[in-house]
Design a protein around this ligand. Structure first.
Ligand code: 5GP
Ligand code: ZN
Length: 115
């Protein structure tokens, strides 16, 4: 837990969120500024600065984040139509919150390449 980390505060409940799915190790909640009909953030409850750091420290946890992303897609009914998983990492990817998170985006046709 990092007290100056927004997503750690969401995990502890001091910042409210709309939770979609939760396990012992992972929390999934709706993005406050959705970029598609489905836009959910899946995070490990433990703090890691980005996805690579999480995977290096705890590969099982990284797998649990991906499994939860798949559950979110089912919950929102986009598993058949398709969806995108995004881990923005670092400045060129415009990462703004330095607690590992997987964006689950779906519910519309997503363009490629991304902007
Ligand atoms: P990043 O840009 O780091 O990949 O993604 C951070 C995401 O967190 C953004 O999509 C942003 O809209 C979302 N976000 C920022 N603050 C909050 C908040 O207080 N609550 C929720 N639910 N999402 C947030
Ligand atoms: Zn954190």
């Amino acid at each position: 837990m990092s007290t100056d980390c927004l997503f750690c505060r969401i995990v502890e409940g001091s910042v409210p969120s709309t939770v979609v799915h939760e396990t012992d190790s992972v929390l999934a909640f709706r993005d406050i500024d959705p970029q598609a009909d489905t836009h959910v953030l899946v995070i490990p409850k433990e703090h890691f600065p980005d996805a690579a750091a999480m995977a290096a420290a705890d590969p099982k946890l990284a797998g649990e984040v991906l499994a939860a992303a798949g559950e979110v897609a089912k919950i929102d009914g986009v598993d058949a139509s398709g969806y995108r998983l995004v881990f923005n990492t670092g400045a060129d990817a415009n990462q703004t919150v330095f607690h590992a998170h997987c964006h689950v985006l779906g519910g519309r046709n997503l363009q490629w390449p991304p902007g």
